[in-house]
Design a binder for this molecule. Structure first.
Ligand code: PLP
Length: 407
């Protein structure tokens, strides 16, 4: 019989979301008259901006005519979108990124999961803890780790985010080849300053390492002193790949569009020490395994950069940030230390008890669903994540219920 990839057997079964679902349905069965409020998920709730809807509809009309019909497009994305991204997200912020260095895709999840394919099997990898699980699991599947021992895979260098370091991991004392960073962070909501990112860029230069920088939540940054792209840091073009998404700024979680930046100056070496252009490798991988994002979706994404679209995206993210402010203020009033929620849609709460205990308390006493931090890694234990993605009325009601339950 055919054999499986046994690395999959090493994957620690993630019971997080199924465990949450089980506990929620048990609560609902026992309390059918008490509606629950979900503040656990990372999915958006508000509709697409009008500008995106209009562009989407117009592009679908194009597809209905022989003259304006689009078949396969360029795998890397249409020039109209790549040019708009390069100008608005990078050049206008002083980051030297060319449209040809942008790869449009159907998700930052796929890109941040697939990118490891172009690197060696025996590289040393640093991952944050707590972490967006995709970075970890894709490297486990590829056979770059040993077994999971007490919640951590052998072979990774874990970058702890704790109350002591303000949830921004320190530079490791040892050398690694690949570093995953995510700011604003999922799940903690922590942001990194220019000085902190500069230290990572300098470290990567010293090690000959590459930083994989996930900026999926960049649209929530309001503090003008914070960097929005790693390429705002001098020298980052030579050491970093950046992931972006239209999911959280413009509500594309169900529409699907994202992009990855791979600068042409980024180099990595083969076993003989010969240098290779990482952009060429990713281009090869992308064109071999991906056939482009649909024309209507790219048109809808382009509309994010129109005057109307930009204003709507600002209003949409402002709306979630106001929700986040309400959550953070309520939890702080109850005496909990929290981070995030200011330049991020997530609030990371130090629960001062095991994270599942606090999850059960909020569910059973307030009918509110959060995400237990332990599901994101060892350092997530003792914390919960509350997400700002919901309607204003539900967020307000959830906080009233929590206050009443814990007062
Ligand atoms: N990166 C991070 C850190 C995320 O939290 C998420 C989604 O929750 C993604 C990427 C996925 O983005 P996309 O919807 O573009 O696949």
């Amino acid at each position: 019989m055919i054999r499986i990839n046994e690395n999959y057997l090493k994957l620690k079964a993630s019971y997080l979301f199924s465990d949450i679902a089980k506990r929620v349905s048990a609560y609902q069965e026992a309390n059918p008259e008490k509606p629950i409020i979900r503040l656990g998920i990372g999915d958006v709730t508000e509709p697409l901006p009008q500008a995106c809807q209009k562009a989407f509809h117009a592009a679908i009309d194009d597809q209905g005519t022989r003259e304006a019909f689009h078949g396969y497009g360029p795998e890397q994305g249409y020039a109209f979108l790549r040019d708009a991204i390069a100008k608005n997200d990078f050049k206008d912020r002083g980051a030297d990124i060319d449209a040809s260095e942008i790869f449009v895709s159907d998700g930052a999840k796929c890109d941040s999961g697939n990118i490891q394919e172009i690197f060696g099997d025996d590289i040393r990898i640093a991952v944050p803890d707590p972490v967006y699980p995709v970075y970890v699991d894709t490297n486990v599947m590829a056979g770059r780790t040993g077994n999971n021992v007490e919640g951590r895979y052998e072979g990774f260098v874990y970058l702890d985010s704790t109350p002591e370091n303000g949830y921004v991991p320190e530079i490791p004392s040892e050398k690694v080849d690949l570093v995953y960073l995510c700011f604003p962070n999922n799940p903690t909501g922590a942001t990194a300053t220019k000085e902190q990112l500069k230290a990572w860029v300098d470290y990567a230069k010293d090690c000959g390492a590459i930083i994989l920088y996930d900026a999926a939540y960049v649209a929530f940054i309001r503090d003008a002193s914070l960097p929005q792209s790693i390429y705002e840091i001098e020298g980052a073009r030579d050491v970093a790949i950046e992931f972006r998404s239209f999911s959280k700024n413009a509500g594309f979680t169900g529409t699907r569009c994202a992009y990855t930046v791979v600068p042409k100056s980024l180099k990595a070496q083969d076993a003989s020490g010969k240098e290779h252009c990482v952009h060429a490798l990713w281009n090869r991988r992308h064109c071999t395994k991906f056939n482009g994002v649909s024309y209507p979706v790219q048109k809808a994404a382009e509309a994010v950069y129109s005057e109307e679209g930009a204003a709507e995206v600002k209003a949409l993210t402002d709306f979630y940030l106001e929700n986040a402010k309400i959550v953070k203020a309520a939890m702080q009033d109850l005496g909990f230390d929290c981070i995030g929620g200011e330049d991020s849609p997530y609030i990371w709460i130090n629960a001062k008890r095991p994270s599942w205990d606090f999850f059960d308390l909020l569910l059973n006493e307030a009918g509110v669903v959060c995400t237990p931090g332990a599901g994101f890694g060892t350092c997530g234990e003792g914390h919960i994540r509350i997400s700002a993605f919901n309607s204003r009325s539900k967020v307000v009601e959830a906080m009233e219920r929590i206050k009443a339950a814990l007062a």
